[in-house]
Design a protein around this ligand. Structure first.
Ligand SMILES: [Zn+2]
Ligand SMILES: [Zn+2]
Length: 202
């Protein structure tokens, strides 16, 4: 009797295991990545409510009185979270665009650093896949609706963080970029995931 029960339990267990293995591979559709307490960011799949936690992917920056790092996935900064800018787009300049993986995420805000008023607007731009950085394949025209009053003399810079072990040999660079700003749309060309800043010219 006991043996029969055990067999039927075992059969049920095997059936459950096999049916879960037989489920088709599910490509998760992650909702927004949010910073968590443990030093990473977490998103929930909009379909099956599964969650995934991944380490931050942060760009460090030292500019004027501000020093810190900013995550291009969840937007975490030392002073809060950069919100997603809806409607930001990257358009490949190739006539036959490469197949790009991931979602294009732009996060930013005006006057982001209380210690450094010279930064008028800061934003990150990157392709993100499963909470991590995805390779940005093609040089692209990036358009970002900003809807701010930008002085004509403002400069757009890309922050290239110090690289390698030796930040003295490869120090952080602030690379000036060409851009246009018309009808509330910032437009420039890049294929570099980075922190970008609109700054007052000095
Ligand atoms: Zn899912
Ligand atoms: Zn993050």
């Amino acid at each position: 009797m006991m043996f029969k029960k055990m067999i039927s339990f075992l059969l049920i267990f095997i059936c459950l295991t096999v049916s879960s293995l037989a489920e088709p591979a599910h490509e998760h559709t992650w909702g927004e990545w949010l910073p968590d307490e443990a030093g990473g960011h977490t998103a929930t799949c909009t379909e099956d409510k599964e969650t995934l936690t991944v380490k931050h992917y942060s760009f460090s920056v030292n500019f004027g009185q501000f020093s810190g790092s900013i995550c291009c996935v969840c937007g975490k900064t030392p002073e809060g979270v950069l919100p997603i800018i809806e409607g930001a787009q990257a358009q490949s300049q190739k006539s036959k665009p490469s197949s790009q993986r991931g979602a294009f995420i732009v996060r930013g805000t005006g006057s982001p650093f209380s210690q450094e008023p010279g930064v008028l607007f800061a934003f990150t731009a990157a392709y993100v896949r499963d909470g991590a950085l995805a390779t940005w394949k093609d040089v692209s025209t990036v358009t970002i609706p900003l809807d701010i009053n930008l002085p004509e003399t403002a400069l757009l810079i890309r922050v290239q963080p110090a690289s390698g072990d030796d930040s003295i040999q490869n120090p952080e660079q602030h690379i000036e970029m060409e851009y246009t700003y018309a009808d509330g749309i910032l437009s420039f060309t890049t294929k570099t995931p980075a922190l970008y800043m609109l700054i007052e010219s000095t």
